[in-house]
Design a protein around this ligand. Structure first.
Ligand code: NAP
Ligand code: MG
Length: 464
């Protein structure tokens, strides 16, 4: 695959400071498809300088002009969607239809939403005898994971640009080609030099240098809780703004009045999509005792449609594959019942894991508590609604969830008592304007929509 051998800094592809590279591997066939430069602290410093130099001009650009440029970026992403989908499939391994619809499609929606918000948002507000200006925070260091490689970039960069911030991005080492395509798109859209900058490379080197850089005003991170904790501590020490979008262990709560077959089928599809590599996936299915075995049978039948290599792709790398298979072994060890799948790899080539359904999972088991990040669903039994709520809320996470009931009002009453940031009611559709982010250890801050924009703004009040 085509790859740039430099960093995108100050509006141009520049040679990297060091000579090291990162190999990009296609997880479906384990072949190396490209190499990108491994950034160092020196590259990060050059990128931050470029972003700092561009900041005053971009912050002073009228919101309507910023909106027009974000709209142009949206148009470039839309025009290049096939190339984007092909690149995501090559480096993430997701089946092409999924890459087209979700990985290439959703960023167009999100970029479009920020083109509109930039044009309509009240950056100047009156409160009593005060005028409040919402001003950009400054230079943003964005660190993104591989599971939704373009979406996670756009969900940070588009609101940052709408706010008037400039950005340095360190994308995941597994999916740098999508990030390079995005950098090309910013140039093609006509963003001024230095407003967006890209440094590829490894987390503990380039990522850490970006998170620690003293001239970065805000760090926005999506990824593991372990790294998030470290980035939050670093940001706290430097008194700088931080947004953390971390893990999840979300509950799919099927109340006794719900359409069981629909709830189970949508629940399985939710987890299997992207091979289970979704932080907001509903990996715990909660079913009442009476209908429990029926749900287990339905789930096993639903998961059979997810054939590895066809409808479900591989995991992103060998490490993730080993990690997820380890969790499946752990589930068996702790006494859960495998009703579909299991720890054996379904294909001899590629980092595939068998779509797996566990029954007889109890709330304290490892597979019911820790984020697995693979195509694995645990079905838990509850006695009554209070029990269901206790189980749903009984993890350190609180990112998403679902509630199913005969009518929306019943589901809403339950959802209001869940300690989580986002709940789909009876199969509610994805909304790019809805705030996305976690309660508890799922993170700090929100992405998407108006709430996502507010993360990149700070207030100044003038009293009259
Ligand atoms: P990760 O290490 O947290 O990766 C996220 C991003 O942070 C990547 O760009 C990574 O670079 C970078 N990074 C790593 N160490 C860093 C450091 N010390 N300082 C600054 N940046 C750093 O996550 P992962 O290893 O890819 O995945 C591990 C687990 O995290 C998964 O199994 C899953 O449970 C969770 N995860 C959650 C999400 C989510 O959406 N919430 C996304 C992905 C993973 P590298 O790419 O070089 O590591
Ligand atoms: Mg990592």
């Amino acid at each position: 695959m085509k790859a740039h051998d430099g960093m995108y800094i100050g509006g141009a592809w520049r040679p990297a400071a060091g000579k090291d590279t990162v190999a990009v591997v296609n997880p479906a066939d384990e072949q190396v498809i490209a190499h990108v430069p491994a950034g160092t602290a020196e590259d990060v410093d050059a990128a931050v300088r470029a972003a700092r130099a561009a900041f005053p001009g971009w912050a002073a650009t009228p919101p309507a002009e910023r909106a027009a440029l974000i709209g142009a970026l949206r148009d470039v992403l839309a025009a290049r969607k096939d190339e984007i989908a092909g690149t995501v499939t090559a480096e993430l391994g997701s089946p092409l239809p999924m890459s087209q619809m979700v990985h290439a499609g959703v960023p167009v929606l999100v970029a479009g939403s920020y083109a509109e918000l930039a044009a309509t948002y009240a950056f100047e507000q009156r409160h009593g005898n005060s005028t409040v200006f919402l001003e950009p925070v400054g230079v943003v260091g964005a660190i993104t994971p591989w599971n939704y490689p373009l979406h996670q970039i756009v969900a940070k960069v588009a609101p940052a640009l709408a706010a008037g911030c400039t950005v340095v991005l360190k994308p995941a080492e597994d999916t740098p080609l999508t990030a390079q395509l995005f950098a090309e798109a910013t140039e093609e859209a006509g963003l001024p030099a230095g407003v967006f900058n890209l440094v590829t490379g490894l987390g503990p080197v380039a990522g850490q240098a970006l998170a620690e850089h003293e001239d970065v005003d805000l760090v926005s991170f999506t990824g593991s809780t372990a790294v998030g904790r470290q980035i939050g501590a670093t940001a706290g020490g430097a008194i700088k703004r931080v947004a953390l979008e971390l893990g999840g262990k979300s509950a799919n709560v099927i109340l006794p009045s719900a359409d069981l077959a629909k709830a189970v089928n949508v629940g399985i599809a939710n987890v299997m999509s992207n091979s289970g590599q979704t932080c907001s996936a509903w990996t715990r299915m909660l079913v009442d005792a009476e209908r429990y075995e029926e749900a287990v049978t339905l789930a096993a039948a639903a998961v059979a449609k997810y054939v590895p290599g066809e409808r479900v792709g591989p995991l992103v790398n060998a490490k993730q594959q080993a990690r997820v298979r380890g969790y499946i072994e752990k589930g068996i060890e702790e006494g859960a019942r495998v009703v579909a799948g299991g720890p054996e790899a379904p294909l001899s080539t590629g980092y595939y894991v068998s779509p797996t359904v566990f029954a007889d999972v109890t709330p304290e088991m490892t597979i019911a508590q820790e984020e697995i990040f693979g195509p694995v669903v645990s079905i838990l039994k509850y006695e009554d609604e209070a029990d269901a709520l206790r189980i749903a809320n009984g993890t350190v996470y609180g990112l998403a969830g679902a509630v199913w009931a005969a009518d929306d009002a019943e589901a809403v009453a339950f959802a209001r008592r869940m300690d989580t940031g986002q709940v789909d009611i009876n199969g509610g559709r994805f909304n790019p304007l809805a705030p996305f982010g976690g309660y508890k250890q799922s993170g700090v801050g929100r992405e998407l929509g108006e709430h996502g924009l507010a993360e990149y703004l700070q207030t100044k009040s003038l009293q009259f």
